[in-house]
Design a protein around this ligand. Structure first.
Ligand code: FPP
Length: 254
C-alpha cells in the first residue's frame, strides 16, 4: 500500500484503528472475573476482522495491550498473555487462509520467549498476504513509538549517515510504526471514554475519531457499519478550506 495517498471521506476507510475498551466492565456487570470479558473481547476481534474483509478495508490496527497495561494486577496480565498465546495458535491458519497479513507493533522484548516466538511465526507465516493488513499493537505506546523513532534517527546521526538538518516530518514519519501503511482514516473507541490513551499519537494526526458507549464485547457489524457510514459523510480537509477542496479536480486529491 502506498503510505502517502490520502483517502476521500466519501468512501470506506482504507485503514481502521481501534481501541478495544470495556472488556473488564462487561465482565464485572455480569459478576464474572475480568478475564471472561477479555475472552469475549477476543471473539469481537473476529467480528471486526470479518467486517474489514467484507467491506474491503485494507488495514486494521488493534490496540490490544498498552505499555501502561503491564501495571495491571499480575493475574490479569498473566491471563491476557495466555489469551494472546492461545489466540495466536488458534487463529493464524485461518487468518493466513483468508489472506490476512499479521504484524505486531510495540516493545516485543517485554513478552515471554513463547509469545515472541508465536508473534514471529505468525508474521513469517502471513507475510505474503495483502488482502487485509492486521496490526496488533501490544506493549505499545505512542510515546514509546516516537521515542524509538527519535533514537533510531539519533543513531544514524551518530554514525554519520544522517545530518541533523535532514530530520524533518518525513524522516521521523518513516521511523514510526505503520510507516508503510496509509495513516488511519478512522479511529474507533468503544467503552464510552473519549480519549486516545497513548495510541498512535503521530499516525492519528488527521484521523477521523468515532466513539461509542458500547463495551468492546458488545460491538457488532451493525455498529461498525454506523461508524463507517458516519465517516463517509465527513469532510476531511487536512488543514485546507472547504472551498479549496471543492476546487480540486477529483476528490482523491483531497
Ligand atoms: C481494554 O478493556 C482491553 C484490553 C486491555 C485488552 C484487549 C484484549 C482483547 C480484546 C482480547 C484479545 C485480543 C487479541 C488481539 C487476541 P479494559 O480491560 O480496560 O476494560 P475496562 O475499561 O472495562 O476495565
Amino acid at each position: 500500500m502506498a503510505p502517502s495517498e490520502p483517502t476521500p471521506a466519501a468512501r470506506v476507510p482504507r485503514h481502521l484503528a481501534v481501541i478495544m475498551d470495556g472488556n473488564g466492565r462487561w465482565a464485572e456487570r455480569r459478576r464474572r472475573p475480568r478475564v471472561i470479558g477479555h475472552r469475549a473481547g477476543a471473539r469481537t476481534v473476529n467480528v471486526c476482522i470479518d467486517f474489514c474483509l467484507e467491506h474491503g478495508i485494507e488495514a486494521l490496527t488493534l490496540f490490544a495491550f498498552s505499555s501502561e497495561n503491564w501495571g495491571r494486577p499480575q493475574d490479569e496480565v498473566g491471563a491476557l498473555m495466555k489469551l494472546f498465546l492461545n489466540a495466536l495458535e488458534r487463529e493464524v491458519d485461518e487468518l493466513d487462509r483468508r489472506g490476512v497479513r499479521v504484524r505486531f507493533i510495540g516493545e516485543r522484548e517485554r513478552f515471554s520467549d513463547a509469545i515472541r516466538a508465536q508473534m514471529d511465526a505468525a508474521e513469517t507465516r502471513t507475510r505474503g498476504n495483502s488482502r487485509l493488513h492486521l496490526t496488533v499493537a501490544a506493549s505499545y505506546g505512542g510515546r514509546w513509538d516516537l521515542a524509538q523513532a527519535a533514537r533510531s534517527l539519533a543513531a544514524d546521526v551518530a554514525a554519520g549517515t544522517l545530518r541533523p538538518e535532514d530530520i524533518d516530518e518525513a524522516a521521523l514519519g518513516a521511523r514510526v510504526a505503520l510507516a508503510d501503511l496509509p495513516a488511519p482514516d478512522l479511529f474507533i473507541r468503544t467503552g464510552g471514554d473519549c480519549r486516545i490513551s497513548n495510541f498512535l499519537l503521530w499516525q492519528l494526526a488527521y484521523t477521523e475519531l468515532w466513539f461509542t458507549d458500547l463495551l468492546w464485547p458488545e460491538l457488532d457489524a451493525a455498529t461498525l457499519r454506523r461508524a463507517i457510514d458516519d465517516y463517509a459523510g465527513r469532510e476531511r480537509r487536512f488543514g485546507l478550506t472547504g472551498a479549496q477542496l471543492a476546487a480540486r479536480p477529483d476528490e482523491t486529491a483531497a
